[in-house]
Design a protein around this ligand. Structure first.
Ligand code: DGJ
Length: 742
């Protein structure tokens, strides 16, 4: 039976129960009119009243809004969208500075609506529905009587995903302007703190490493103040029960659909209640809400899994792949590409590009991507950024001429752009020195010799739009890699008044989203890949516009095990840009077998980032086999179910696998990091198979039932020698096992 999304309202107890058979989310209206939280977790049967789940008692030092009820203190009640100032001392979800200097608000129930489907969020990325019954949404409207400000909380439950989407809207129905200092997308008060916190953190070249720690009394927090979601912390966190593993135990996953400054926090209070929150980072944020003005927060997604991390990830993967990514490429396997960045960097002519492209075609590539350096005076990263005209010395026949030659080879043509930035040494900057972000009298910090255009200004976005649009019309371009290579400093806009400078970061990212939206509408069949010095903007916000993201500038396959493993916690393989690069690797100087480099890159969008002209005939033949293999199986890699099997963070081996929707084909990737002498035996227990189906290992012809593969496992000693260069094993060996059932 198809699952359905249900929202039940029990008028007497003023309780809302959102459920879809996988999870339940239950809230009610407290005695003082504020919404209180009752339950989030595995689906429970509905009943008219769940108020018993709201624990209340008299506690020393608690402040009580009702003089006659010393058990009612907001400090100890679990709430839905708390504000500071009237007896809750924890971190607020909302804080509004009012004309009289007060920051106290009391948002009380006014009305609610239950809708079929999910309304969009104007100007912001968000999950969506396509047909009736896919989701139901609760719109809970509260108001603050003193200011006249209305707060609407949105809760969507999906029929097919174990996920709840939340966001909030503030509308100033009063007479005076107010300033929003904090407006979280989500706040969730959990009854205990018996959790491990998992975050995806790192730095350039080592993005999204899995880091865990126990929750402790106080605040556990990640965030970005860099203007992009950042290499350092991804807008994702999960709370795991202490014994949760990849395949068992409870997990709450939290992901913010936003690409700018963010904060995700868990605050464990003195009674072990844990307040989880996510939203725009309040630091430096200050949004002026004029009378009649409306402010929408980004959306946050909560996923519940009772079956471990793999199951949480698959819910995120399916939701993001099917109902966050949009457009022509959403359900289409991605082209095998060759990107010339690591092949040539800034050192190319049209002839050199054509030689690389011709070899790429021979290897089986379907898309040739011209990276940085094709425009203006951009022969290094010191000049030309912002001048979006082909460099006639490098491309004498323009982009159109090059694209035609690529098309004549039978490949599509793709291009790199970095529309949000300028080099000071560029015609664009010389014409518009006042269009970059930066406060007068303050240091204008360059990073990679570039400055950030003020995308909070519509005229700046319009000017960039007309240049990029012109480029996209000038040649047959099928793919765009949209890069963003620095963090934002000096977030001050010449176009905004003093009392709106706290809006710059958010307005900037709205400008980026607006430009993406215009371009994807005008060029719906172009495949966009977002990028930010590798993976500094690998976030759900970007996926709404660009179906795939360049995962990291670190293309070393062994390093990529950790990066792609961490990325897979939240993001689907169809979004994970992964390429085979040359050896010695340009970042680590490591030499890993070509087979291992491909065996890692298959688990993503797949392509090459090397000069195929520098390869031997045998290597070219190996690559031809790899591209043919990927074309045959890419639908399973990119749209199948993904399972992590062995973590590269905890041992000398890593493994993962993809299973087709009908469970008839499974592809397992196994990787040895460093070999040891006289290694102990190890087993690889597979997941997601049909226990009764008989699978054939297409490499060896061996046959196994699904239950044996999942419960007894494969013996990894048998993997040595499976890849051409592995021989008897050694460092960086790998195996790819394709299993098919009748
Ligand atoms: C950073 C990207 O991550 C690289 O792949 C490459 O496109 C360079 N920028 C080009 O400047």
């Amino acid at each position: 039976m198809d699952a359905s999304a249900e929202i039940t309202f029990h008028a007497e107890s003023r309780t809302f129960h959102l459920s879809n058979g996988k999870l339940s989310y239950i809230l009610h209206i407290l005695e003082n009119g504020q919404p209180g939280h009752l339950y989030f977790g595995k689906a429970v049967r509905d009943r008219p009243d769940f108020t018993h789940l709201q624990e209340k008692r008299q506690r020393a030092m608690a402040a009580n809004p009702f003089p006659d009820d010393d058990t009612f203190s907001l400090e100890h009640l679990r709430q839905e969208y708390p504000s500071y100032g009237s007896s809750d001392f924890r971190q607020p979800a909302v804080e509004i500075l009012q004309a009289d200097g007060s920051r106290i608000t009391e948002f009380r129930y006014e009305s609610h609506k239950i809708l079929d489907g999910k309304p969009p969020i104007d100007g912001l990325p968000a999950t969506y529905t396509e047909s009736d019954g896919e989701a139901a949404t609760l719109e809970l409207t509260l108001s603050d009587a003193r200011t006249g400000i209305q707060l609407t909380l949105f809760y969507t439950v999906f029929a097919r995903y174990a996920a709840i989407a939340r966001s909030a809207c503030l509308r100033n129905g009063g007479q005076e302007a107010a300033r929003i200092l904090t407006a979280m997308s989500l706040s969730l008060d959990l009854p205990d703190s018996d959790y491990k916190w998992l975050q995806l953190s790192g730095a350039w070249g080592r993005e999204r490493y899995c880091k865990t720690r126990r929750l402790e009394t106080g605040i556990t927090e990640i965030g970005s103040l860099r203007g992009h979601s950042s290499h350092e912390h991804n807008p994702f966190a999960a709370l795991l029960r202490p014994h949760t593993t990849e395949s068992a135990g409870e997990v709450l996953g939290l992901s913010l659909v936003y690409s700018g400054n963010f904060r995700i926090q868990a605050e464990t209070d003195n009674q072990n209640v844990t307040r989880l929150s996510a939203g725009i980072h309040p630091s430096g944020f200050d949004w002026k809400l004029e009378p009649g003005g409306v402010f929408r927060t980004p959306e946050a997604i909560l996923v519940y899994s009772g079956d471990g991390l793999n199951s949480m990830s698959r819910e995120f993967h399916r939701l993001y792949r099917e109902r966050l990514v949009r457009g022509y490429w959403r359900d289409r396997p991605r082209p095998v590409l060759l990107n010339c960045w690591e092949a040539a960097y800034f050192d190319f002519t049209e002839d050199r590009l054509l030689r690389i492209a011709e070899k790429a075609r021979e290897c089986g590539a379907e898309l040739f991507v011209l990276d940085d350096g094709w425009f203006g005076s951009r022969t290094s990263d010191r000049a030309g950024l912002g001048d979006w005209q082909p460099n006639p010395q490098r491309l004498p026949h323009g982009l159109a001429g090059l694209a035609e030659k690529i098309a004549a080879m039978g490949m599509r043509f793709g291009l790199w752009i970095e529309p949000e930035m300028v080099n000071p040494d560029s015609g664009f900057y010389r014409r518009h020195p006042d269009w970059v972000l930066g406060a007068p009298g303050r240091t204008l910090c360059e990073s990679r010799h570039q400055l950030v255009l003020d995308f909070s200004r519509p005229e700046v976005v319009d000017a960039v739009h007309s240049m990029i649009r012109g480029i996209l019309h000038s040649a047959e371009i099928s793919y765009i890699k949209w890069d963003m290579n620095r963090s934002i400093t000096g977030a001050w806009s010449a176009a905004l008044p003093a009392d709106r400078q706290g809006e710059v970061f958010h307005r900037y990212i709205l400008g980026v989203y607006g430009l993406y939206e215009r371009l994807i509408r005008e060029f719906p069949e172009i495949l966009f890949e977002s990028c930010s010095s590798g993976g500094a903007r690998f976030d759900p916000g970007m996926l709404y516009y660009a179906p795939q993201t360049w995962t990291s500038d670190d293309t070393d396959c062994i390093e990529r095990l950790k990066i792609q493993y961490g990325t897979s916690l939240c993001y689907p393989l169809s979004a994970t840009g992964s390429h085979v690069s040359a050896v010695p690797n340009h970042q680590t100087h490591r030499t890993a077998p070509l087979s291992t480099r491909a065996n890692v890159a298959f688990f993503g969008t797949f392509g090459y980032e090397l000069d195929p002209g520098a390869l031997s005939g045998a290597e070219i033949r190996q690559i031809q086999a790899q591209t043919a293999f990927m074309k045959r199986y890419r639908a399973i890699f990119q749209f199948g179910d993904f399972y992590r099997l062995k973590s590269p963070f905890s041992g000398g081996e890593a493994a993962w696998m993809c299973v087709s929707g009908d469970r008839k084909t499974a592809i397992v990737g196994w990787y040895r990091i460093l070999c040891t002498v006289n290694p102990p035996f190890s087993r690889l227990r597979l997941q997601g198979l049909d226990p009764g189906a008989l699978y054939t290992d297409t490499g060896t012809g061996a046959r196994y039932f699904g239950d044996e593969l999942m419960y007894a496992g494969l013996t990894t000693a048998a993997f040595d020698g499976r890849s051409p260069e592995n021989g008897d094993g050694g460092d960086f060996a790998s195996a790819l096992i394709v299993l098919t059932a009748e």
